[in-house]
Design a protein around this ligand. Structure first.
Ligand SMILES: Cc1cc2nc3c(=O)[nH]c(=O)nc-3n(C[C@H](O)[C@H](O)[C@H](O)COP(=O)(O)O)c2cc1C
Length: 336
């Protein structure tokens, strides 16, 4: 496997580098997304929460899309989790966010030019596949198992993100870690595979490419960056301070999520154990606690999704130089 195998992905995305900043809701990642896209990667606009009333969420998402497209020509992606309720019905937020993308691209030339990819996650995007295809955007779907990667390829998506269990944020019901998942998926599908979960530099990127990936995606690494001005700096400080074993998983909207083991998570587990809230109440409580950590820096009672990779992240970097150096390091290692 050589660095040349990344060209399939960069051609598909229209980027200089096969490096993606993955979605990190439920607050906002516009500043990170703009910096990543300016640096030649693919920046992703995140959802403003799955628990916001759909009309409000849709309006906020449209503002986000216009904001990034006004700031830079892209390319950008938008992340939309395909959440389902207890009866298996798609959450109305999913429909609201997908229609926000489709309508914004129809209404604004700038958005149509800049926002060219959707990254669906969390659940099977099958029922949205035709609408996404008709809208003309590139469709990437994030999976945590080989079975789901094959299913996504069969549904016609353009690429998959294979994300290992060590990832930050919503992770998977059946734990398969990146080093096992990545080669399993690259052997099983013929569409480009992007690896995520534990990626943080040129060495981890070269390892992913050696396992057959066409590129990498990261969440946690991008939190601790100079350009992440949307978030309170205390969040990035916690990423730098986290050591191995400092994370935990906890119940979230669609399966487990991974984050810092802190007072906020302890409170969450207590609420669940004592059955003090309905599922909807708990989801709203969690979103509010995540936003309080991201927006106002409440690192004690806030909920702080982050991946195990935080244990290997020790500095705040500038996205512009970081992406160039990461790609150069991966090239060097692979002899490209
Ligand atoms: C703070 C945070 C919020 C996240 N929110 C989302 C989200 O809204 N949608 C989603 O698909 N994934 C979400 N994720 C997962 C990331 O998109 C990505 O898959 C993950 O961070 C990759 O693993 P890494 O943290 O080891 O880089 C989130 C991750 C973090 C750290």
């Amino acid at each position: 496997m050589t660095y040349a195998s990344t060209e399939r992905l960069t051609a598909l995305l229209g980027t200089r580098h096969p490096i993606i900043q993955d979605g990190m809701g439920p607050f906002r990642t516009n500043a990170i997304a703009i910096a990543v896209s300016k640096a030649g990667g693919l920046g992703t606009v995140s959802i403003p929460g799955m628990t916001k009333p759909p009309v409000e969420g849709k309006a906020t998402m449209k503002d986000f899309l216009l904001e990034v497209a006004t700031e830079h020509t892209g390319p950008f992606a938008v992340n939309v989790p395909v959440g389902r309720d207890a009866e298996g019905r798609v959450l109305s937020s999913t429909e609201a966010y997908i229609s926000a993308l489709i309508e914004s691209r129809e209404e604004s030339d700038a958005v149509r030019t800049a926002v060219t990819t959707i990254i669906t996650s969390a659940g099977f995007p099958g029922e949205f596949r035709e609408a996404i295809k008709a809208s003309g955007v590139t469709h990437i779907h994030k999976v945590g198992s080989t079975r789901h990667a094959i299913k996504a390829e069969q549904a016609g998506v353009d690429a998959v993100i294979a994300s290992g269990y060590e990832m930050g944020g919503h992770t998977h019901a059946h734990p398969v870690h990146t080093f096992v998942l990545a080669p399993n998926v690259t052997e099983a599908v013929s569409i480009p595979v992007i690896v995520s979960g534990g990626v943080r530099d040129g060495r981890t990127m070269a390892a992913a490419l050696a396992l057959g990936a066409s590129g990498v995606a990261m969440g946690t690494r991008f939190i601790a960056t100079e350009e992440n001005v949307d978030w309170h700096p205390a969040y990035a400080r916690e990423v730098l301070a986290m050591t191995e074993g400092g994370d935990t998983t906890f119940p979230a909207i669609y399966g487990p999520a991974r984050g810092l083991a802190n007072e906020g998570v302890r409170e969450l587990l207590e609420i669940v154990a004592e059955d003090r809230m309905t599922g909807d109440e708990l989801s709203r409580w969690k979103d509010a606690r995540i936003i309080s950590a991201q927006e106002t820096g409440d690192t004690v009672r806030g909920i702080m999704p982050m991946g195990q990779v935080a244990s290997g992240i020790h500095s705040i970097v500038s996205i512009g130089t970081f992406i160039e150096e990461m790609a150069a390091e991966a090239r060097r290692i692979l002899g490209a």
